[in-house]
Design a protein around this ligand. Structure first.
Ligand code: ZN
Length: 181
């Protein structure tokens, strides 16, 4: 069965997603959802992250593509691949006061793009797919992704906050640097 990424009018995108019981993380239900999220994300050439509500599951989970590591290191020419990283019950525990307007798009809001104010740096706390708690600091693209994805878990879409929204359907030939969450 093909996992569909729901579009912006789906009610599930407007729900406050439910926390995952830590004891359930290693269970079949959650592991299957993680698998489906990774497959759906990989299918989108320009995808950098996906939140569980985007595949119709109202749970506090998002996955960041290994592609992001390549984008950050600007070594996209390299063939090396990096693993996707899972964030379960994520909480942003620190935001930098300094914010920046950044260009954003979304796999559920094709093909709109706009400018969103995001903190330049954040610290996130979450559980990984083994149920182990971790804390991570991030800046730039990764910090932006964390904020976009946590918004998804709270029923918020980037178009709720964006300015200068434009509709930019893909041209036949894709730009290499395009990325969506
Ligand atoms: Zn999104």
């Amino acid at each position: 069965m093909k996992t569909i990424i729901v579009n912006k009018d789906a009610p599930v995108l407007r729900e406050i997603a439910k926390p995952v019981a830590i004891g359930d993380i290693k269970g079949k239900k959650i592991q299957d959802i993680l698998k489906r999220m990774k497959i759906a994300l990989k299918r989108e050439d320009d995808g950098v992250a996906i939140a569980a509500p985007q595949i119709g599951e109202s749970l506090r989970i998002f996955v960041v593509s290994g592609r992001v590591v390549s984008l950050i290191n600007q070594n996209s020419e390299q063939k090396e691949t990096f693993p996707d990283i899972v964030y379960i019950n994520p909480e942003i525990i620190k935001y930098s006061k300094k914010k920046k307007g950044v260009e954003e798009g979304c796999l559920s809001v094709r093909w709109l793009y706009g400018l969103v104010e995001r903190s330049e740096k954040v610290t996130i706390r979450a559980y990984d797919e083994q149920g182990k708690k971790f804390t991570k600091g991030a800046s730039g693209l990764q910090a932006q992704i964390f904020q976009h994805e946590v918004d998804h878990l709270n029923g918020i879409l980037f178009i709720d906050k964006a300015e200068n929204i434009e509709n930019l359907p893909p041209r036949p030939k894709k730009k290499k640097n395009e990325k969506r969450n």
